[in-house]
Structure formats: C-alpha cells, structure tokens
Design a protein around this ligand. Structure first.
Ligand code: SF4
Length: 239
C-alpha cells in the first residue's frame, strides 16, 4: 500500500534496531550542529501553496521576489485570479518557467474561488491529513510533494516533504535503501519517523540544511561531516 496519487499510508513497519540507532545518531549530531528545528511557515495555506508553485527550480530569494511582486501588483489572491496570464507572468519573471507557472497559478486560484467562494485554504486545518492531501492534489499542477509542503509547514499535519536534499542525505547515510526513489521515500520515512509534525519538521529541516551545506549532490564533504562515522556512503568510499 502507499499510493502517491492518493494518500494511503495505513500500515506501519517498525524500524529495525540498527536503523533506529542510526536515526538517533543522525538527529543528535545534526541537532548539535544546526540546533533543533522548530520554525513553521507564517504563511497561510493559500500563500504557502502559491509560494511552493513559485519555488520550483527557483532560489528562495527569487521566489520571494516573485511572490511579493504578484501581491503588490494585484493586491490579493482574488486580484491575481482576475489578472491576465501575461500580467502574472511578468510579475513572476524572477521565478523559473514563469510561462508555465502563471497559467497554473491563475487556474488554481479560480478553481478554489469557484469551489469554495474565496481564495483560501484555511478550512484544510479542520480536515484529516489524508483528505486534505487528496484535496490539494486535485488542484491543477499540484503534486504529492507540493501538497506535503503546505500540509506540514503551514498546517502542521504529520507528513514529510521529501525534496532532493532530504532524499539524498537519507539514502546516502543509510536511513533509506540506496536505490529507493524519491517518490517512494515519503511512505518509507513515515514508517521510520514518529508521526508527529514537530519531529517531521525537525527531520526535514535538518537534512535540508545538511544537504545544502555538506552533503551536496556533486561533492559531499565526507571528511568534514559530523555523521561520517555511521554513514554508509562514507564507509563505501573508505574501502
Ligand atoms: S558522510 Fe558524506 S555522504 Fe554521508 S551524510 Fe556526510 S557528507 Fe553525506
């Protein structure tokens, strides 16, 4: 079980003692380095969803620039929904692929307004996680990963966004099997980690930071890494 299009993670396989020990070591070492991660997004779920669309393949600075310009130009999400696609595209030009994202943003906003009367997703807070996830994934261009960003960061629901950094560090270190795809990693991590939003947020942010700063895609700095002593990838490199 564990479908990506639908959100079905009913079972739970307990982590082996070895994986549990590795996880404890990883978390305590990364927390000592970066501090316990507690900060959720201050954005509303609607803001977070649009920011997530803008963030795809885009730096945080450019995403912010696009987000701010959009709201500054059209006043609010209802204004953006009524704006021409060309105008939205111009506002979000700092983001990658504005020609794809502009019609998507307009479609998302109009669909939400048509269905719920207002450009808001605040009502998701009252829904259970699976229902909220499925509702988000019915929106145009909103995939599994984007939905988890909104659910965890803005709504504090117990899901784990698996971006490229979380996936890379989890597999290299050996929390997940080396060849597990990013698509399958969500269910696998939910099996291993406590299903509590605070702990999932902490895991996501610690691994994200570590993936950006030390365990980079092209040249992981294993000799400087605080978890090298228990890391599968580093051990294989030493052989
Ligand atoms: S030891 Fe190397 S591969 Fe392992 S987590 Fe650290 S940087 Fe990444």
């Amino acid at each position: 079980m564990g479908s990506l299009r639908g959100f079905k993670v009913k079972w739970r396989t307990m982590p082996t003692p070895d994986i549990k020990q590795k996880l404890d070591h990883l978390l305590s070492a990364l927390e000592a380095l970066y501090g316990r991660q507690r900060r959720y997004s201050t954005k509303s779920p609607m803001d977070q969803l649009i920011a997530t669309v803008l963030s795809q393949r885009t730096t945080y600075a450019d995403e912010r620039k696009a987000f701010t310009k959009l709201l500054h130009t059209y006043g609010n999400w209802r204004g953006v929904a009524a704006a021409p696609v060309s105008g939205i595209e111009e506002c979000i030009a700092s983001s990658r692929w504005p020609e794809v994202k502009a019609p998507r943003i307009k479609d998302i906003l109009n669909l939400i307004i048509d269905r719920y009367g207002e450009p808001t997703l605040d009502f998701l807070a009252e829904m259970d996680t699976e229902a909220a996830q499925n509702l988000l994934m019915e929106l145009p261009g909103v995939g599994f990963k984007s939905a988890t960003f909104v659910l965890l960061f803005s709504l504090r629901k117990p899901v784990i966004p698996v971006d490229t950094h979380v996936h890379r560090v989890s597999t290299r270190y050996g929390i997940l099997p080396a060849k597990m795809t990013q698509a399958k990693a969500h269910s696998a991590l939910l099996d291993i980690l406590p299903r509590e939003a605070d702990k999932l947020l902490n895991y996501h942010k610690l691994l994200f930071k570590h993936g950006q700063r030390t365990c980079t895609w092209s040249s992981p700095r294993c000799p400087d890494c605080v978890v090298a002593d228990r890391c599968d990838y580093a051990a294989a490199r030493r052989k």
